[in-house]
Design a protein around this ligand. Structure first.
Ligand SMILES: *Cc1c(COP(=O)(O)O)cnc(C)c1O
Length: 463
């Protein structure tokens, strides 16, 4: 028996608003409206406590790559828990699932990344980045190389370092962030910020903001540049083709470590194992989480290149950093079972050459809708930019975000989970989504756009 079939929705909602402080939530609004209580899930389908079904267009929170309800992951974790549910990796101890997972990740990652530091989440992975890159430069006799350059509107997690690396204004506004030694440059967001430039020219412009910042602060002060290959939470911002090659060139020229935050892009989302491969990035460090376990248990990690590992191991002594749950055996067992499914079902190839192209064609066609200024997608991650006066890119809804929220609520009514970022609609479905389910997702998205458009016409918010 599970909790879900013992308690009525109303009792759960009342208790939820009395006791449970949700992440990223307006508590007064939640108390008034009540939460949607999800009780079970299978494949791409979610079910709430009233029995309503939803197509999970967000793979949970960008993480359920193999879909929900995979019993073989539950069984692998059950077997592991019976044998060794938990032990730590401090004091020269280790455990088989963590070892096997580290080996597996070294095999799957680009050839120059052969080591992993385990942690519990993407945020912790990025906290590790800050510690590790500064330690790296101090071991090389350059302790003044401490500054990390990140991007406006990036998302790197919610801990102090993660949120500081991130470029989210509303997060910085609470709690005294960014912490010292982290600076931000513009993002490669052509649709929103590209002005009259072509995407290619704008991509170069955005990359050169990195060079300008390095020159301004002095290369001897800069430790690393961190970025998501494709920005996820920022609104699925797909950089122009000119962006990454130029960033790579600049990092090499000034001897700056390049860190790819692969928390969303990793594990097949782009049709490659890692977004870095999709863009040819060759990073020195890669943060991973989410799709690593498909969310079955929490786990993250930082993949470390030979260049960095050689210094840390060769010149360093104690690395004074680690988590109680670094290399957690039960989480590692979940990750191994998850990766085995991705390999056996060839999900990465499926995104590259089957469901990816099949889905993209229909998603991009939604760009014809009068409410949609741009439809974009790579692999199985995409966005629709809602605009009041197509084809103008510069006219926005005011205030920003209301229309996105309306559209998201209508989408829920229509049994589809899409996320709203400002006035963009975001999807990132499980990689196992079938052709029929993809058709159904598109049908529901189209219906949602139509109904949103009608509602906006009624009160004059679209022309
Ligand atoms: C979700 C996310 C994180 C943070 O991961 P948590 O597990 O929530 O701490 C970091 N980076 C990116 C790109 C993410 O999408």
């Amino acid at each position: 028996m599970t909790a879900s079939n013992r308690y009525p929705t109303a009792a759960l909602r009342a208790s939820d608003s009395r006791h449970y402080m949700h992440p990223f939530t307006d508590y007064k609004a939640l108390a008034e409206e009540g939460s949607r209580i999800i009780v079970k899930a299978k494949g791409v389908w979610l079910e709430d406590s009233d029995g309503k079904k939803y197509l999970d267009g967000m793979a949970g929170l960008w993480c359920s790559n193999v879909g929900h309800g995979r019993e073989e992951i539950a069984e692998a974790v059950y077997e592991q828990m019976k044998e060794l549910a938990y032990y730590n990796s401090f004091f020269k101890t280790s455990n088989p699932p963590a070892i096997l997972l580290a080996e597996k990740l070294a095999e799957l990652a680009p050839p120059h990344l052969n080591r992993v530091f385990f942690c519990g989440s993407g945020s912790e992975a990025n906290d590790t980045v800050v510690r590790l890159v500064r330690y790296y430069w101090s071991l090389l006799g350059k302790p003044e190389k401490t500054v990390i350059i990140a991007r406006q509107n990036a998302y790197h997690g919610s801990t102090m370092a993660g949120a500081s690396l991130g470029g989210m204004q509303p997060m910085h506004a609470q709690g005294g962030m960014p912490i010292p030694g982290i600076v931000h440059i513009p993002q490669p967001y052509w649709f929103g910020e590209g002005g009259d430039m072509t995407p290619e020219v704008f991509g170069l412009w955005a990359a050169r903001q990195l060079e300008i910042k390095i020159e301004e602060m002095g290369p001897d002060k800069i430790a690393a540049f961190i970025a998501e290959p494709i920005q996820g939470a920022g609104g699925v911002i797909i950089p122009p083709s000119t962006y990454w090659p130029e960033v790579k060139r600049i990092c090499a020229k000034y001897d700056i470590l390049l860190v790819a935050d692969e928390v969303i892009c990793g594990f097949g989302r782009t049709g490659r194992w890692f977004g870095s491969e999709y863009y040819g990035i060759e990073p020195d460090l890669m943060s991973i989480a989410k799709g690593l376990t498909s969310g079955y248990l929490p786990m993250g990690g930082l993949l470390v290149s030979d260049r960095v590992a050689d210094v840390i191991i060769g010149l360093g002594d104690d690395f004074n950093h680690g988590y109680t749950y670094s290399g957690h055996p039960s989480c590692a067992a979940a990750a191994l079972a998850n990766l085995a499914i991705i390999e056996r079902e060839k999900l990465v190839q499926r995104v590259a050459s089957d469901i990816g192209p099949y889905f993209q064609k229909q998603w991009l066609a939604l760009g014809e809708h009068p409410l949609v200024g741009e439809a974009r997608m790579v692999g199985l991650i995409g966005a629709l930019e809602l605009v009041p006066n197509k084809p103008s890119r510069t006219e926005k809804f005011a205030p920003v975000g209301k229309v996105g929220t309306l559209c998201r609520d209508i989408s829920f009514e229509n049994g589809l989970v899409m996320r709203a970022t400002r006035d963009s609609m975001i999807i990132s479905p499980p990689l196992v989504i079938s052709h029929d389910e993809a058709d159904e997702l598109i049908r529901r998205a189209k219906k949602t756009l139509d109904e949103t458009y009608v509602a906006l016409k009624k009160d004059g918010r679209v022309k």
